[in-house]
Design a protein around this ligand. Structure first.
Ligand code: ADP
Ligand code: ASP
Ligand code: MG
Length: 412
């Protein structure tokens, strides 16, 4: 039997009625002749609640126990989905990560999938089971501990299963009907894209468009998984939603395809560090070891052998970053006068593979922000994206101004 993977996000399984609605979509695919692997998220809000409990209990928590707690939301929805399908006379069974077993690295809270042995699930399919319901987001390390794949990780579970089971497609059902030129929740004029190239989706995801987890796009690209995003609240057919595909399969290409934002950024500046060879390594080595995901970096002009070093990281890693830097100061490895954290910043980015062959994207972007009186604090660029760090209060305005400036309301 051909295998189809269907993933339902948090809002799509937010209560029993929605689980039933999702199960009806699954049943329809079983009737079309597929063996289905359903991947479920926790009910919406659940993972946030669990993370909150962990942080209240232990601010610099042990990541093994964080995973033990936050993985549990998916256990509930997987069991409920299997029960709902059984009630509809669809033979279904649930699987937690360790039961598959979905094997991962030991990088707790950000584990990478290493292997998905097919034997257990294949055997059940051979015995007549029609649907394997898999708890998303979770796996098991070689030490036998439960791991999680990072926030939004159920998307990655789904794509990894699609690759392991040679699925005909991986359908990501969510609360919007596809991938848009920007988040439709903050820009009314956002347009749904029928297709988007893997590379653009990869950038948009890594720059904050949470509709797909970055790693899921990477895996789909590597294993040539046919990946689609569509609505769980509408009637859908094989043409619905947005197909994430190769660049060659897109007929009309825009210079800029989308605008992404990331609200929860922080800008940290080490004031007055020695401007000497090895200083960047001495700062960013310990930060990496402490698990701080440094994004943008600027070394400012130096005066009398001292300089300021600015970097950005997720706002919830500021405490870790501060601790790591104070340790290196105490150990005499890096001397600085002060560590200033600005936790009211956001990152806004424009993405498009057309930028490779078109000049002028940066100036259009900076003009649009200037026209709104928005000050740019840090800029970074790559071949197909430009990102700026700005005050968080201007984030939505910036997204809307850039959407307008690049004519995205007319995007195909
Ligand atoms: P799920 O719970 O189904 O995994 P998520 O909340 O993780 O859903 O992702 C879907 C959300 O992503 C949408 O509700 C939307 O607000 C947001 N989003 C951000 N950028 C985009 C975009 N470019 N296109 C579509 N949705 C986007
Ligand atoms: N429930 C997890 C989260 O909220 C995983 C997911 O939904 O993809 O991050
Ligand atoms: Mg998600």
């Amino acid at each position: 039997m051909p295998v189809l993977v269907m993933k339902f996000g948090g809002t799509s399984v937010a209560d029993l009625a929605r689980v039933r609605n999702a199960a009806e979509k699954v049943k329809r695919e079983v009737e079309r002749g597929y063996d289905v692997i359903v991947v479920v998220s926790a009910m919406s809000g659940k993972t946030n609640e669990l993370v909150g409990w962990v942080e209240q209990t232990s601010p610099l928590f042990d990541a093994r126990e964080y995973d033990a707690v936050v993985s549990s939301g998916e256990n509930v929805t997987a069991g409920l989905m299997a029960l709902t399908l059984q009630e509809m006379d669809v033979p279904a069974r649930s699987w937690q990560g360790w039961q598959v077993p979905l094997k991962t690295s030991s990088a707790h809270s950000a584990a990478r999938i290493e292997a998905i042995p097919r034997a257990n699930i294949d055997q059940k399919f051979a015995e007549g089971m029609k649907v394997a319901v898999v708890a998303g987001f979770q796996g098991i390390s070689s030490e036998g501990r439960i791991t999680t794949l990072g926030r939004g990780g159920s998307d990655t579970t789904a794509v990894a299963f699609a690759a392991a089971f040679d699925a005909v497609r991986c359908d990501i059902y969510t609360d919007v009907d596809g991938v848009y030129t920007t988040d439709p929740r903050i820009e009314d004029k956002a347009r749904k894209l029928d297709r988007i190239a893997f590379e653009e989706m990869l950038e948009l995801a890594s720059l904050g468009a949470k509709v797909l987890q970055t790693r899921s796009v990477e895996l789909a690209m590597r294993y040539k998984v046919k990946l689609r995003v569509l609505s769980s609240f509408e009637d859908t057919d094989e043409n619905s939603g947005t197909l994430v595909c190769d660049e060659e399969d897109i007929v009309e290409q825009n210079v800029v395809s989308g605008v992404a934002y990331s609200r929860d950024e922080a800008k940290m500046t080490l004031i007055s560090v020695a401007d000497r060879p090895g200083i960047a390594a001495a700062i960013f080595g310990p930060l990496a070891k402490a698990g701080v995901n440094v994004d943008m970096i600027v070394q400012n002009i130096s005066e009398e052998g001292r300089t300021d070093m600015t970097f950005s990281c997720p706002v919830n890693q500021v405490a870790r970053a501060r601790e790591a830097m104070n340790k290196t100061k105490d150990a005499g490895e890096v001397n600085f006068r002060e560590l200033v954290a600005d936790t009211d910043v956001a990152k806004v980015s424009v993405v498009g593979i057309g930028m490779r062959s078109h000049a002028g994207v940066a100036s259009t972007m900076f003009d649009a922000l200037a026209a709104e009186g928005i000050n740019i604090r840090v800029i970074t660029t790559s071949e197909i994206k430009i990102s700026v760090l700005i005050d968080r209060k201007y984030m939505e305005l910036a997204v809307q101004a850039l959407h307008d400036a690049f004519g995205l309301e007319n995007a195909a």
